[in-house]
Ligand binder design. Structure first.
Ligand code: CP
Ligand code: NVA
Length: 330
């Protein structure tokens, strides 16, 4: 039977089968080709979506806006100060109002429970644009990028270095388990993903032919990797006070030349971005002043190297978000 995602929300990849995820990757490729050829694809003309952002964003917001316009959709953006949600109006009421006006809702914020409630009460497709726990739209872009660069996703040795229990660590472990990649979280044990999720992913991996490994050992974790992936050490919404502990825990897990050398010769470097690979940002300057660090989760050398595919990955956010919107609204 063909895949049909019409009317579905996209809240976390645990809710999706491997076939459904593969379908979204393939659809992203189709939309990328249409865009490249300049073929109009405003297939959803007449529909409207709303984008709710309680945390900041460059890639996710722009991807939803450009994808929406390309698909012919009306797009409304609401920033944290721009709606009554949470302050004067409950999530349940907000969801029921938005569900009467729009065809789909994107939500970026803190709680996974909140995005699940938006979907429950609005009764229209809701897309999770990042919560503290998961970042599922990023996963479709990341798997598309791996497929483009390495020719496959199944069987790929995937190493994630850094804060392995944040939204990126969790989501990457889930998508790797679903699609049969060999996932390694290379991190201090304090930052390993939660036990229940590890166990669930191990079960999923048994069926897909993938595997899940957690290690504190950098040599072991990076050896023969096809992909080395990292993310910032302190995520949005975490207090500034955690920087010092986090730096101390993670500095040896920085993706540098030695880590890349231990991986396969053909290995690629990936990052969801934004990245602290130099001191060109306000926060990086403050960190330099306080802790003397000029690069954090990845060295500038690796970030700027030929092995780095981070900007292809960023572009793929737009094509894959377009596929997710289309598949669920068409
Ligand atoms: N990768 C990602 O989600 O980027 P933004 O925070 O800029 O949306
Ligand atoms: N872990 C990061 C991801 C940003 C795309 C954060 O939540 O800030």
């Amino acid at each position: 039977m063909g895949i049909n995602l019409r009317g579905r929300s996209f809240l976390k990849l645990l809710d999706y089968t491997a076939e459904e995820i593969e379908y979204l990757i393939a659809l992203s490729e189709d939309f990328k080709n249409l865009k490249r050829m300049g073929t109009p694809h405003n297939y959803l003309q007449g529909k409207n979506i709303v984008l709710l952002f309680e945390k900041t964003s460059t890639r996710t917001r722009c991807s939803f806006e450009v994808a929406g316009h390309d698909l012919g959709l009306g797009v409304t953006y609401l920033d944290p100060a721009g709606s009554q949600m949470g302050k004067k109006e409950s999530i349940k009421d907000t969801a029921r109002v938005l569900g009467r006006m729009f065809d789909g809702i994107e939500y970026r914020g803190y709680s996974q429970e909140l995005v699940e409630d938006l979907a429950k009460y609005s009764k229209i497709p809701v897309w999770n644009g990042l919560t503290d726990d998961f970042h599922p739209t990023q996963m479709i872009a990341d798997m598309l990028t791996i497929k483009e660069k390495l020719g496959k996703v199944k069987g790929v040795n995937f190493t994630y270095m850094g804060d392995a229990r944040n939204n990126m660590g969790n989501s990457l472990m889930v998508v790797c388990a679903k699609l049969g990649l060999h996932f390694t979280a290379c991190a201090p044990k304090e930052l390993f993903p939660e036990e229940w999720l590890v166990e669930e992913c191990k079960e999923i991996a048994k069926k897909s032919g993938g595997s899940i490994r957690l290690t504190e050992d950098i040599d072991e974790g990076t050896k023969d990797a096809d992909v080395i992936y990292t993310d910032i050490w302190v995520s949005m919404g975490e207090p500034d006070e955690v920087w010092e502990t986090r730096i101390n825990l993670l500095k040896k897990y920085q993706v540098n030349k030695a880590a890349m050398k231990n991986a396969k010769k053909t290995a690629i470097f990936m990052h969801c971005l934004p990245s602290f690979h130099d001191t060109e940002t306000e926060i990086a300057k403050q960190i330099e002043k306080k802790f003397g660090l000029t690069e954090m989760e990845v060295t500038n050398e690796v970030f700027e190297s030929d092995q780095s595919v981070v900007f292809d990955e960023a572009e793929n956010r737009m094509h894959s978000i377009k596929a997710i919107i289309y598949a669920t609204l068409c």
